[in-house]
Ligand binder design. Structure first.
Ligand code: AP5
Length: 220
């Protein structure tokens, strides 16, 4: 199974990606998480990424993103399939994905488009807390950690992501509308898109995801 998760920043893609990854035992490839990890570890990719101000909501250039994804999906664990969270984000990235997959004689099976109104998304951002050590995501109301302020898995103090600042969120939503939202029509035209109502609690959203994935006529 090769799946793309599409939707505005903060809609809950990462939350659902973790669950889908466990349920189907396939890796979740999040370009945002890859970039944050590379910056934190000071790798060559991280030094490149730092030039593009992702902390201010700007996108990384397509060629940098595509190279990072190409390398990642060539790894052994992706042979069984994978899901892409946060990629593609532009039409050139979507076209590059088609090329990368066809070079491997593979194809994209489906795209899940997570949808929620802006006011709900803004509320999710303001309550999001993340673990700087393992990337686990929480929400102070909807997905609180077992112990207030601490990661359930490694007990590291939780932080607010720098790009969750209200002004940066505004910019991220603008960039999404301009560069990523056109992919909804792109994948609809390709017959690959299913829209998920992401306004419900995470477990209910996951139930919808499973219903769609189990009912889908896969293009395998
Ligand atoms: P990335 O990390 O991909 O950020 P994003 O797409 O903006 O998405 P988020 O991680 O902010 O949100 P999410 O939808 O995963 O929501 P989450 O599950 O956390 O990218 C970061 C940056 O990297 C980009 O801005 C860009 O600069 C750069 N970048 C990455 N990929 C790129 C690319 N391909 N090209 C160019 N640049 C790229 O949930 C949010 C909150 O809501 C959490 O607190 C969660 O607990 C809560 N929540 C989740 N689901 C629910 C629910 N159903 N009900 C209530 N609360 C919920």
């Amino acid at each position: 199974m090769i799946l793309v998760l599409l939707g505005p920043p903060g809609v809950g893609k990462g939350t659902q990606a973790s669950r889908i990854s466990v349920h189907y035992d396939i890796p979740s490839v999040s370009t945002g998480a890859m970039f944050r990890d590379a910056v934190a570890r000071g790798t060559e990719l991280g030094r490149t990424i730092q030039r593009y101000r992702i902390d201010k909501g700007e996108y990384v250039p397509d060629e940098v993103v595509v190279t990072a994804v190409k390398d990642r999906i060539a790894e052994q664990d992706c042979k069984v399939g994978f899901l892409l969270d946060g990629f593609p984000r532009t039409t050139p990235q979507a076209e590059a994905l088609n090329r990368l997959l066809s070079e491997q004689s593979r194809r994209l099976n489906g795209v899940l488009n997570f949808a929620a109104p802006i006011n709900e998304i803004v509320q999710r951002f303001s309550g999001r807390r993340v673990c700087p050590n393992d990337g686990s995501t929480y929400h102070i109301e909807h997905q609180p950690p077992l112990q207030s302020g601490l990661c359930d898995l490694c007990k590291t103090p939780l932080i607010t992501r720098p790009d969750d600042d209200a002004e940066v969120v505004k910019r991220r939503l603008e960039v999404y509308a301009e560069k990523t939202a056109p992919l909804v029509a792109y994948y609809e035209k390709a017959g690959l898109l299913r829209t998920i109502d992401a306004t419900k609690e995470p477990e209910t959203v996951f139930g919808q995801v499973i219903a769609v994935l189990e009912g889908w006529q896969w293009h395998i």
